[in-house]
Design a binder for this molecule. Structure first.
Ligand code: ADP
Length: 813
């Protein structure tokens, strides 16, 4: 006997059941289990099981049910079943009715388990020996608790599932035996075929219920999980649908109200802006790509700020094509004349440039204009006028001090605080794709280890390349080909030659006093008057006052400071006018005055005469005229030329007791110091030839000083001035104070050419100099000097130091 049978017998003993072996027709059911206490309607095909039931209906109306999987069922049909399953269920046939339509109505009720022993017949149906099995009676707290738990599980399961009839649940709650409970819950949807078989096979009722409990528990967990997933998905869907509908409604409402259709969702908002952007597809693609990244990372991610700034740049850069009316040269000329005094040649060149642009359109590589000149001569304002004449926007970017390529081209976005370069920044503020773009201080572009900004600039200015200008920050190309670039510089020499070659240089020199006067009267004063809200009558500045401003309040090549002084004058007058009108009595009550008939307050007018200037804007800043009132020994007047234009400088030499050394003070550069050495050597040999005791140089040390030392001075052009001062100091002959000079000196006393003659003569003229000594090599430049300068300054070209001394040293003494 097997262990199972032993166990069965044991079970029977404890359950007081005295049933014995039976032989019953066998019904094989595929993929289903009918548990004891279960009533089930069945459909059975015309096979052995059908015949078995037919027979049973005739006999005791009992059958033995066994449950097999779908693929095992075939074996029974063909008598090839390997082995009968160990446990089946004895069921009662409640109904077996053949209906007229040839179908059969069968209802079976499971009664109790049975151990399947063996088959005693297989045809026309199986008949099988079996041993009925009954659950033993069991009880105890633990079993009660387990039963309660399982009942709760059923409730919970039903809660999750819905759909289960309430009577069924009530029925389950009434069950009071663990085995029975296990059998009943097994019928529920939580159990699969194999679970049911497992429960069927488990004879111990408590063990059976425990198994049912475990299966239920697992199923409930699964169910909960599934529900949670469904819920989550649903929530997400609901949320986005809800948002969508609300947003749509909002949009409609806004449209109805005629309001801006702005959305609250920043991502949507960005998408909308990008969609509206008048930009090439590659730009929009890039922007949308970034928006997707932003959406993925979330608005609060650390990267979000960076992406949004980037998108902001893309959205605010001008991308759209623009059309411009044809350039009208006469119109442009009018604009240039309206805004600027004089500058005839410059205007002429600009008009030529515009004419070429007009005829050749964008086809031709029109050169880039470059205005070179000291500050305040109108470079910027010419640029503005060009923009005005062409109906374009005007922007400027200063390149002063740019050493890093990244300042032109931007930093890659991986840098913290990365930004586009100055070009793209300018384009953003221009808000137009075709502005007049002024690149200021192109002569101050430097170069260092971080790359050469010049090459980036070359790309910007090259019409062949600049339609796909690449900024590191933007990452996508930007078309600069519609931009009109104008460069400005104070000096020509420092501009790197590849850049210089690209540009059409237009030099604008400093102004003479007369020109400054004209500019002030015709342009600066009206402009400032208007700016300060003053009428022509309210402020009158006499010619002499203007001249005083030019001579004693400013010392410059351009008119920038002059404009500043005029502005401060206007400010003072505006204040007076304003406070005077405070005190004015209302018109109706105004006392009659001789000049108005009682309907208007008396007009306020301020005339600024020479004497008034200081009262308004303080004492003069410079003394006009020659620095000293008599010729001095050891002091010579030179002229310097810096980015700010020309200026006169006096060079002092003082021989003191010493050992022939040279001490130089006054912020002089290396070249100027070398120049002083050369001057010294020349002076020594000159002294020797002129019969001066050579011992003089051994007994004396020389201190050379160039006052106004705050301004660094350098260059070789002070050579002849240094020499003159030295020789004057050695010989004791004074230097003429009305003579200024410029020129490099060689050891043998030859005078070499210099640069910046125009600015230098202007400075000398400004300072009241009468005679100007210049190198013969520079004679060719005299033609370019302003008429006024040529008339009032005696220009003396020289080639040797001898000639200089002849003029400069006052030999009358
Ligand atoms: P820059 O750019 O050369 O330093 P600006 O263009 O800023 O000089 O000129 C300084 C001021 O002087 C501006 O207000 C400008 O309009 C004025 N200005 C300069 N030159 C002239 C001129 N020839 N006619 C009228 N105004 C001038």
């Amino acid at each position: 006997m097997t262990n199972d049978v032993l166990a069965d017998q044991e079970a029977m003993r404890t359950s007081n059941v005295t049933q014995f072996e039976r032989e019953l027709p066998l019904v094989v059911l595929g993929e289903m289990v009918i548990m004891p206490h279960m009533t089930v309607p069945l459909q059975v095909g015309q096979g052995k099981s059908y015949r078995a039931m037919e027979q049973a209906w005739e006999e005791e109306r009992e059958v033995l049910l066994i449950f097999v999987s779908e693929n095992e069922i075939e074996g029974y049909k063909s008598n090839q079943a390997q082995q009968l399953p160990p446990i089946g269920v004895i069921a009662k046939l409640e109904e077996f009715i053949k209906l007229p339509d040839n179908t059969v109505r069968i209802i079976l009720e499971g009664a109790y388990r049975a151990r399947v022993l063996d088959a005693v017949q297989s045809e026309p149906f199986y008949r099988v020996r079996c041993l009925p099995l009954f659950d033993p009676e069991v009880s105890g707290m633990e079993i009660q608790a387990l039963m309660e738990t399982v009942k709760q599980q059923v409730d919970e399961f039903v809660d999750h599932l819905g759909e289960v009839p309430q009577e069924a649940v009530a029925f389950v709650h009434r069950i009071d035996r663990p085995g029975h409970l296990a059998d009943i819950v097994t019928y529920g949807p939580a159990f699969e075929f194999k679970d049911r078989l497992e429960i069927l096979k488990t004879l111990d009722p408590v063990e059976r219920l425990r198994k049912a409990y475990l299966i239920l528990a697992r199923q409930i967990e699964l169910l909960k999980l599934r529900q949670k997933i469904q819920q989550d998905t649903k929530e997400v869907l609901d949320q986005s649908q809800r948002e969508y509908f609300l947003r749509e409604q909002m949009r409609v409402i806004r449209r109805e109200l005629g309001e801006d259709e702005e959305s609250d969702d920043p991502i949507d908002e960005l998408r909308r802006k990008i969609a509206e952007l008048q930009a090439p597809d590659y730009v929009k693609d890039q922007a949308l790509h970034e928006v997707r990244r932003l959406a993925q990372q979330g608005m609060n991610s650390p990267e979000a700020g960076v992406i949004r700034t980037y998108l902001d740049w893309i959205i605010h850069l001008p991308w759209a094509d623009e059309e411009f009316p044809e350039i009208r040269i006469t119109e442009a000329q009018k604009v240039l004349d309206e805004d600027h005094y004089g500058l005839e040649k410059v205007k002429e060149r600009i008009l030529e440039y515009l004419a070429v642009r007009k005829l050749a359109g964008n086809k031709m590589r029109s050169p880039i204009l470059c205005f070179v000149g000291p500050p305040g001569v109108g470079k910027t304002s010419l640029g503005r006028s060009i923009a005005r004449a062409l109906n374009r926007k005007f922007v400027r970017a200063s390149l002063g001090g740019v050493r890093d390529e990244a300042e032109i081209r931007g930093h890659r976005r991986t840098y913290i605080g990365a930004m586009p370069g100055r070009i793209i920044q300018g384009m953003k503020s221009a808000k137009s794709r075709s502005p007049v773009f002024m690149l200021d201080e192109i002569d101050k572009v430097g170069m260092d280890f971080r790359g050469d900004p010049t090459s980036a600039l070359l790309e910007v200015l090259d019409p062949e390349q600049n339609n796909t200008f690449s900024d590191h920050y933007l990452e996508i190309p930007y078309d600069l080909s519609q931009v009109i670039f104008i460069a400005t510089a104070n000096q020509l020499e420092p501009i790197p030659s590849p850049l210089r070659d690209r540009m059409e240089i237009i030099e604008i020199g400093g102004y003479t006093e007369d020109e400054k006067m004209g500019i002030a009267r015709g342009f600066l004063i009206p402009k400032q008057r208007e700016f300060h809200g003053l009428t022509d009558d309210q402020l009158i500045i006499t010619e002499k006052s203007i001249m005083k401003l030019v001579r004693e309040y400013t010392r410059e090549a351009g008119v920038r400071n002059l404009e500043r002084e005029l502005a401060s004058l206007c400010r003072k007058v505006a204040r007076k006018v304003a406070s005077a009108s405070d005190e004015q009595v209302p018109v109706a009550d105004a006392p009659d005055s001789g000049t108005n008939n009682g309907t208007e307050p008396p007009a306020l007018s301020f005339t600024i005469d020479v004497a008034d200037v200081a009262t308004y804007i303080g004492p003069e800043r410079y003394t006009y005229g020659l620095a000293s009132d008599k010729d001095e020994v050891g002091v010579a007047t030179g002229v310097s030329w810096t980015y700010a234009g020309g200026d006169i400088l006096s060079i002092e030499v003082l021989p003191v007791r010493g050992k022939g050394t040279l001490q130089i003070t006054g912020q002089l550069g290396e070249i100027m110091k070398e120049s002083a050495q050369a001057a010294m050597s020349y002076a020594r040999s000159w002294a020797e030839q002129s019969g001066i005791d050579p011992k003089y140089f051994e007994d004396h040390a020389f201190h050379i000083h160039v006052p106004e030392g705050a301004v660094p001075k350098d260059g070789p052009s002070a050579g002849i001035t240094l020499t003159t001062a030295l020789i004057s100091a050695v010989t004791g002959q004074p230097v003429r104070r009305d003579v200024a000079m410029t020129g490099e000196i060689t050891l043998r006393g030859k005078v070499l050419g210099i640069g910046g003659l125009k600015e230098k003569t202007l400075a000398a003229h400004r300072a009241g100099i009468k005679t100007f000594i210049l190198p013969k090599e520079n004679t060719k430049d005299i033609g370019e000097l302003p008429e006024k300068v040529k008339q009032e300054l005696t220009l003396v070209p020289v080639s040797s130091m001898e000639e200089v001394l002849k003029i400069a040293l006052n030999t009358t003494k």
